[in-house]
Design a protein around this ligand. Structure first.
Ligand code: ATP
Ligand code: MG
Length: 395
């Protein structure tokens, strides 16, 4: 019995989008094609809210392909499946052949059938019955258990082919990256901002990233850490352009000319201004940060209002209402946690005031900023900004 093995991916929320459905699907297929391209050529098609990816040629690494497909936003479920002709003998033989290993080691099983092609001459219960009987003959040690089977054999009769598979895994969820437009994430080496980036990519945003470095206070290794963090995010979000902005001069001027207790907020406002300039140049529609209400002095409601007031773009803070342990759980899931806790200095930590203001007044910040040469500071920072392209791992 020979059959083609495919990835069978179930489209998630995208199907809800009515008129925009076509362009969502096109973006989804493009992203999947890009994710699978390092593993050879694939024939990728979509029908009835399911995407099939068939490797062209022999020897495709299906394990790797499956892992990659599971990181493409926009799919609710994912499985490897055997694709067979829509004929009962092929379906029955296919189930036994494709799931031989699982069925050999199982004690109990059940069959589930779905017939989206209503012209197929057998109804779902008949399909299940026949497949069940044939499997019991082929694997006499098995028993049927419809409640808690060790293996469920799924038979899906679709437009062109029938698909046979065991349990499907969850997909990455969310919406296809790019379907919601572009946004710029302010990325530090901490735990929060990579998670925030990942969350917004999951909602369909294509990311660019802005990182502020303060050499010689911050090291090359600290920047390297940011590259590695973004590479983890790029596993899901695709290639990310990273702008590294030199921030030392701006920070030193704050330290020399402004009240110490306002230093962090003045710095945060500087970051927002510069990030917004870059974001607008690159056609981004929003900024993203990893801030969470009350986590540190610069993340009180009053402090956030003072950072927001220097930007016109909306600022997305997906972690605003999450607890740290929830963020840590997500960081572990996407693989950034272990990197984030490496102890390299961040530009925020080297200039931290001893008693930061938690309820700042906008007027006090503006008065302090009047002592800074804002325009030339920003212009020089932007002039020396360096652009990197960050790809996912194993690209
Ligand atoms: P994180 O874990 O993301 O660093 P945090 O809780 O440590 O967050 P802060 O260090 O106060 O909080 O930073 C708040 C947000 O400001 C970060 O989530 C990030 O979006 C942005 N940010 C902080 N430092 C930098 C930096 N060096 N470059 C770019 N963005 C930064
Ligand atoms: Mg930080």
């Amino acid at each position: 019995m020979t059959f083609d093995e495919v990835l069978l991916l179930k489209v998630g929320e995208t199907i809800l989008k009515g008129q925009n459905r076509r362009s969502f699907e096109e973006q989804l297929l493009k992203n999947l094609r890009r994710a699978l391209s390092p593993l050879g050529d694939w024939k990728i098609t979509i029908a009835q809210s399911a995407v099939q990816a068939l490797p062209c040629g022999e020897g495709a690494d299906m394990d790797a392909a499956f892992a990659r497909a599971r990181r493409v936003f926009g799919f609710a479920g994912a499985t490897r499946a055997a694709r067979v002709p829509k004929e009962m003998p092929a379906i029955l033989a296919g189930c036994a052949a494709y799931l031989r290993q699982e069925l050999t080691f199982a004690h109990t099983f059940k069959c589930e059938a779905k017939r989206s092609d209503k012209t197929f001459p057998f109804r779902s219960p008949q399909l299940c019955e026949q497949a069940g009987e044939s499997l019991l003959q082929e694997f006499p040690h098995l028993k049927v258990d419809v409640r808690q089977p060790d293996v469920t054999v799924y038979i899906e009769v679709r437009e062109q082919h029938a698909f046979l598979h065991a349990d499907q895994a969850r997909g990455a969820g969310g919406l296809p990256v790019g379907s919601a437009g572009d946004a710029a994430v302010l990325i530090s080496g901490g735990i929060d901002s990579p998670v925030a980036a990942w969350m917004m990519a999951r909602r369909g945003l294509r990311l660019m990233a802005v990182h502020f470095a303060s050499p010689p206070y911050t090291s090359e290794r600290a920047e390297e850490k940011v590259h590695r963090l973004l590479s983890k995010v790029a596993n899901y979000a695709g290639r990310i352009r990273l702008f590294v902005v030199p921030f030392t001069e701006y920070q030193e001027q704050i330290r020399e000319r402004c009240p110490e207790e306002l230093a962090t907020l003045l710095m945060r406002r500087g970051m927002m201004r510069i990030a917004q300039t870059l974001a607008l140049r690159e056609n981004c529609g929003a900024l993203i940060t990893g801030e969470s209400l009350g986590q540190v002095a610069s993340q009180t409601m009053q402090a956030l209002a003072c950072t927001d007031s220097v930007t016109t773009l909306p600022v997305f803070r997906p972690l605003i209402g999450t607890d740290k342990d929830e963020t840590v759980a997500l960081a572990r899931k996407i693989g950034t946690f272990e990197l984030s806790i490496l102890p390299y200095e961040d530009c925020c930590t080297v200039f931290t005031p001893r008693h930061p203001r938690t309820k700042p007044k906008p007027a006090a910040l503006e008065a302090a900023e009047a002592k800074l040469e804002l325009e030339p500071l920003m212009a020089r920072a932007l002039e020396h900004t360096v652009l990197h392209a960050i790809d996912g791992e194993n690209r």
